[in-house]
Design a protein around this ligand. Sequence first.
Ligand code: FES
Length: 176
Amino acid sequence: MSNHETHESTDNVSPRKAVTRRQFLAYTLGGTTAFLAVFPGLPMVRFAVDALFQKSNSKDLVKVIAESEITNEPKEVKFQILQKDGWYESSPTLVAWISRDASGNIFALSPICKHLGCTVLWNVKGLNEYDCPCHDARYTRDGKHITVADAPLDEYEVEVIDGYVYLGNIIANRRA
Ligand code: FES
């Protein structure tokens, strides 16, 4: 077989199956570039949307105190919750002022002042009110705003189970 015959047989290869060196380089570089562009970004995309697919803890209740310890006099109760924010977990300490209303129902107020967010205390001035040390906002026993603040104190969702008080989410005050 001569060199001429060999060259002719190569030329008979179907043009559909032949990949030129230029095409091969283009495919290889294109594929590598696409991989490098997309793959490193996948973890960031996952991180950004992961929290959207996490189960909500909105129904979680925390056991905070025995029901028998709650009277008409507001009691400051501190408790911890497990908080998940995406990948970050923490256990912040929260405060609630828990007492009974005239009907004996237990309710729990958030201590966060609705003026600028300081922490209110019960009966500092002997007026049977919540007082804010920052700018003198005052609230009734039910959390209704009297001065300075323009909204009542929020309250916690409350459930009493087997003689213990459980607190849930903070919600708008329903009694003031
Ligand atoms: S933050 Fe409470 S009165 Fe201003």
